[in-house]
Ligand binder design. Structure first.
Ligand code: NAD
Ligand code: 6OD
Length: 486
């Protein structure tokens, strides 16, 4: 197939970059796209276009009901081109088409509808004040867009994570400059077509492509015209961005890495627990920040759970994304596979691989891809690097425990704090343990299920702030408290 050309989008028009790089398919190693990389000048043009859009013109003057209607038209626009989005996401990531349909593109539609609802219904914080000396006043917090928002996102759920930030930013009246991952540029560009078709005024949605350091990511985060940065990606990149924005004291919202624990008590419904655990470990080839990488299992049911997980790993079918039998995609790149294989080697040296551990031979052109076996490890200590560091692949370490107190301590013994899952039929224990998790979300008998109005984010190295529902509203607006003496 001839590689597509993916360009940036600035002030309502597609633009060339200062250089072009190749996007490589993780399925077979072929070139899927020629991507226009934004240099400093192109990034500057995007930020200026966004500034004009928020300061004056049709976007700045648009009423809330019109903005809400526009967000709903964007959702419809994605639905109308649903299969184009699926094809673009699959070409970049290699994920099974079914996953792109059921998760990535569906959630993009839901994100726009969710934040349209929020913008339509949100009220003002107001307080009636009476002082001891008898003065009375009405205080109300009038919310304004924060301004130009830089949106920097990773490659694992490209459109889902991008729209999770772009939808609330636009719902609050901001203009955005989006920097998608260099690995997954395509759906951000396609979304630009939908935005234009829905009637979004020029400059409200801009896309710059490129890498992080010394490329579009750095040029954007160091640009003095950016009023806020919302970022999803690795914790170390979050640190670099914090340093970049420090001179301007620019607000940040960070959704970063995780080393998520699941806890299986002996009273769990084990069939359901093993099915849920397998999904939480292997979904999207383990490339979801919420994926479980540490599984603590009460000793009496340890062997049953290990065997169940190994069977589920062995039953996964890697293959072409359009084959309905495929339920496991490749990793995003050969480079990422080297990193994950390094953890497999360390786990093999110090523990026992009960499933996987290598690279599958799929034959033909697929052997040029970034395929890897889903893997289950036992026999590692809590201090092992495969138990402490984020791997971001289809792998978990399974570790035995004896008591509730012990497992709470061990599960929380991490500098990350994104997600946790508790599997038990004892509801009181489920609530008790979930509440004690030092994590942004703690599931009981489920995984990756949540209301989009609820807070999403992490403790420690897993991030700064929360997004979702009115939590997003707080990040994407600045209030002026108006105090009127009565
Ligand atoms: P990454 O941090 O390498 O890259 C993310 C984005 O940041 C990309 O667009 C990249 O080009 C850009 N970038 C890199 N360096 C930069 C810099 N110095 N300045 C500005 N931009 C820069 O992450 P990744 O490898 O694309 O994604 C995987 C990571 O993302 C994992 O750690 C995963 O846990 C995390 N993640 C977290 C969440 C969450 O919600 N907490 C969600 C998805 C992914
Ligand atoms: O579902 C979401 O809203 C979200 N932010 C998910 C993050 C997944 C990480 O890879």
């Amino acid at each position: 197939m001839h590689p597509r050309s993916v360009r940036g989008f600035v002030d309502g028009a597609f633009v060339e970059g200062s250089a072009v790089f190749e996007k490589i398919s993780p399925v077979d190693g072929g070139v899927v796209a020629q991507v226009h990389e934004a240099g400093r000048e192109e990034v500057d043009a995007a930020v200026r276009a966004a500034r004009r859009a928020v300061d004056d013109g049709p976007w700045a003057r648009m009423s809330t009901p019109d903005r809400v209607a526009l967000l709903r038209r964007i959702a419809e626009g994605i639905e109308e081109r649903f299969e184009d989005f699926v094809a673009a996401e699959v070409a970049d990531t290699g994920k099974p088409e079914r996953l792109a349909r059921e998760l990535d593109v569906s959630r993009a539609v839901a994100n726009f509808r969710q934040f349209a609802d929020m913008a339509a219904t949100v009220g003002l914080d107001a307080f009636h004040t009476e002082t001891p000396t008898g003065r009375r006043a009405l205080n109300y917090a009038f919310r304004k867009p924060v301004g130009v928002v830089a949106v920097i996102v990773p490659w694992n759920l490209p459109l889902l994570l991008l729209t999770w930030k772009v939808a609330p930013a636009l719902a609050c009246g901001n203009a955005v400059v989006v920097k998608p991952s260099e690995e997954t540029p395509s759906t951000a560009a396609l979304l630009a077509e939908v935005m234009a078709g829905a009637g979004l005024p020029n400059g409200a949605y801009n896309v710059v492509h490129g890498f992080g350091p010394e490329s579009a990511g750095e040029f954007l985060t160091t640009h003095p015209g950016v009023d806020a940065v919302t970022f999803t990606g690795e914790s170390s990149t979050g640190s670099a961005i914090m340093r970049a924005v420090a001179p301007g004291v620019t607000p940040v919202s960070f959704e970063l890495g995780g080393k998520n624990a699941a806890i299986v008590f002996e009273d769990a419904d084990l069939d359901r627990a093993v099915a849920g655990l397998a999904e939480s470990v292997f979904a999207n080839t383990g490339q979801v920040c919420l994926c479980t990488e540490r599984v603590y299992v009460q000793r009496s049911v340890f062997d049953t759970v290990v065997q169940g997980l190994a069977e589920r790993a062995g039953a996964l079918r890697p293959g072409r994304p359009d084959d309905p039998a495929t339920n496991l995609g490749p990793l995003i790149s050969r480079k990422h596979r080297e990193k994950v294989l390094g953890f497999y080697a360390a786990a093999r040296a110090d523990g026992r691989l009960v499933a996987g551990g290598g690279v599958p031979e799929l034959g033909g052109d697929l052997d040029g891809g970034a395929w890897i076996e889903p893997t289950v490890v036992t026999g590692l200590d809590d201090g092992h690097r495969a138990v402490r560091e984020e791997i971001f692949g289809p792998v978990c370490a399974v570790l035995p425990f004896d008591t509730e107190e012990e497992v709470v301590r061990r599960a929380n013994d991490t500098r990350y704090g994104l997600a946790a899952a508790v599997w038990t039929e004892d509801l009181r224990r489920g609530h008790r343990v979930a509440q004690r998790m030092r994590a942004g979300i703690a599931w009981v008998n489920c995984w990756y299920l949540r209301d989009l109005r609820s807070p999403f984010g992490g403790f420690g190295l897993s991030g700064i702030g929360r997004e979702g529902g009115t939590h997003s509203l707080h990040f994407y607006t600045e209030p002026t408290n108006v105090c009127v003496e009565l």
